[in-house]
Design a protein around this ligand. Structure first.
Ligand code: KIV
Ligand code: ZN
Length: 558
């Protein structure tokens, strides 16, 4: 059998379905570019029929990242004509487009969600896979909830999909129910029982509800699967998907056991992980395999002693293999040239003006903090690169508070018209006072759903990193989504906007984070107004209705 395992990254589709992980179109493009650098074989760029915004993001990625020597660009579609058509128009500009269509096959889903008979499902698979294949030479089919489907029925459905033209069969353990032995046997059974299976690639797609997604995926490849669907940092629905970095590093580190290879440039792993975490605002737990902050730290005396004698004593992988930062200390006397060189070493290629801003922020920090290490620099640069183009800018924030004072904040903001506005407010604490003062100037209703603060490094002079999430307030009449039982899509949820702020003064970091999230919310509102205007003027308006809050009413089901 072929020893190459294709890596199918679904961070931008299944990953984006993680609660709170919604990304803007420019953020999705940035992640897609990094995934191409990482060397993934296929990028599942989104679900084009979910909303106009999703369609546009997939289309842009297909155009910009789907070059002839770049990855396959894939879009997801339920097994109905409208979804497949929308998917095809979105991915068409890619040099290597793929349509991924799915329908559930478990009795639980047939009975309660689809309300269809097995015969109806078989007919839909025949027609819709055939239709997808009439548009695109590369078609993937997924029997959703395959893990809980009757194997005999599953084999029949898969045989029909192959006959109708599917080139990849993806086998989802949608609810993360199976054990590695069971999932491996499922893949083996398919390889033994489905006519024509030798002509197609079998793919794994495992969810992590029991913490078994990576083990199940590896059991799948041991039994003949040659594509793995996974996400960066394992983000995804509920407990998430199989983590790309864990699959790739297991195959890499235990090559002599698996005898399999991937096309991943492992030195891009740490950078990709940081980017996805910074953009989605989903932190990586410190003890997370491969990319957690502690994954290469040695704390106990015995371990440190062993490491000093030989790294093989306690390390099965080298941090440089995944592009992890070597901890190098820069100080206020470090020059621009050393700073640029060091950023390149960390994997950042900055334009001259970006470098100038970064260098100024680094110098400011070095003035306040004795030693600036890689963790500070990465936090500063990620913060700078992931700030949206500001609509409103924070010029000044000043707070007075204390155990006998009423927390009071004054802010000075520069608006989109260039005008500078100042206002003050009192709050329950200093951050509350700052947010109220900002609200008085900007006046954009929103709901604060999360506020978290962490120190980047140790010590009293540590840089504070604040992450906040805000949401659109619920529309008075509810959001009116009936999706007929299909999985709820990102657009159908209350939209969440994430903001980051990095500063030695945590109140300033909190203000910066709030401004970042508010700028995203305002940009999204403006974009929705633009789309609504286009919706009413274009003769060929898309089959997606947007309500006042920009949510799509996508009630069609497959
Ligand atoms: O988990 C799942 O079943 C899916 C399918 C749409 C492939 O994500
Ligand atoms: Zn999934």
């Amino acid at each position: 059998m072929e020893d190459y395992v294709k890596i199918f990254d679904t961070t931008l589709r299944d990953g984006e379905q993680s609660p709170g992980a919604t990304m803007t179109t420019p953020e999705k493009l940035e992640v897609a570019r990094q995934l191409a650098r990482l060397g993934v074989d296929i990028i599942e760029a989104g679900f084009p029929a979910a909303s106009l915004g999703d369609w546009e993001a997939v289309h842009l990625i297909a155009r910009e990242v789907g070059t002839p020597d770049g990855p396959v660009i894939c879009g997801l579609a339920r097994a109905n004509r409208n979804d497949i058509e929308r998917c095809w128009t979105a991915i068409k500009p890619a040099a290597k487009p793929r349509i991924h269509t799915f329908i559930a096959t478990s009795d639980i889903h047939l009975q309660y969600k689809l309300r269809m008979s097995r015969e109806q499902v078989k007919q839909i698979v025949r027609e819709m896979v055939g239709y997808a294949r009439s548009l695109c030479a590369d078609v993937e089919f997924s029997p959703e909830d395959a893990g809980r489907s009757d194997p005999q029925f599953l084999y029949e459905v898969l045989a029909i999909a192959i006959e109708a033209g599917a080139t990849t069969l993806n086998i989802p353990d949608t609810v993360g129910y199976l054990t590695p032995d069971e999932y491996g046997a499922l893949i083996r059974g398919i390889r033994e029982a489905v006519p024509g299976v030798e002509r197609v690639t079998i793919s794994t797609h495992c969810h992590d509800d029991l913490g078994l997604a990576v083990a199940n995926s590896l059991a799948g490849v041991r039994n003949g699967a040659r594509q793995v669907e996974c996400t960066i940092n394992g983000i995804g629905e509920r407990a998430g998907n199989a983590a790309l970095e864990e699959i790739v590093m297991a195959l890499h580190t235990r090559q002599q056991f698996y005898h399999l290879r991937t096309g991943i440039d492992t030195t891009q792993i740490a950078r990709t992980s940081r980017m996805v975490s910074a953009i989605t605002g989903l932190p990586v737990q410190p003890n997370k395999a491969i990319v957690g902050a502690n994954a290469f730290s040695h704390e106990s005396g015995i371990h440190q002693d062993g490491m000093l004698k030989h790294h093989l004593t306690y390390e099965i992988m080298r941090p440089e293999t995944i592009g992890k930062d070597s901890v190098l200390v820069l100080g206020k006397h470090s020059g621009r040239h050393a700073f640029r060189k060091h950023l390149e070493h960390l994997g950042y290629q900055l334009s001259d003006s970006e470098l100038e801003t970064a260098f100024q922020r680094f110098k400011d920090l070095a003035d306040k903090k004795k030693v600036v290490d890689d963790r500070d620099i990465v936090a500063l640069i990620d913060d700078q690169l992931h700030q949206p183009a500001p609509i409103w800018e924070l010029e000044q924030v000043q707070v007075s508070c204390g155990n006998v004072a009423i927390p009071t904040a004054t802010v000075r903001l520069r608006g989109p018209d260039g005008e500078v506005r100042t206002d003050s407010a009192q709050g329950t604490g200093p951050v509350d006072a700052v947010y109220k003062a900002i609200n008085r100037v900007i006046g954009q209703p929103n709901v604060l759903t999360e506020f978290s603060i962490k120190a980047i490094t140790e010590g009293i002079d540590a840089v504070g990193d604040v992450t906040i999430r805000i949401q659109e307030p619920e529309p008075a009449n509810g959001n009116g989504h009936g999706n007929g039982g299909a999985r709820e899509q990102p657009e159908a949820r209350a939209r969440t906007y994430t903001g980051h702020g990095v500063h030695t003064d945590i109140i300033v970091a909190a203000a910066m984070a709030y401004m970042g999230a508010l700028n995203k919310l305002i940009a999204a509102r403006q974009e929705r107004l633009r789309r609504q205007a286009a919706h009413y003027t274009e003769a060929n308006a898309p089959a997606v209705a947007l309500d006042l809050f920009g949510n799509s009413a996508w009630g069609r089901d497959g």
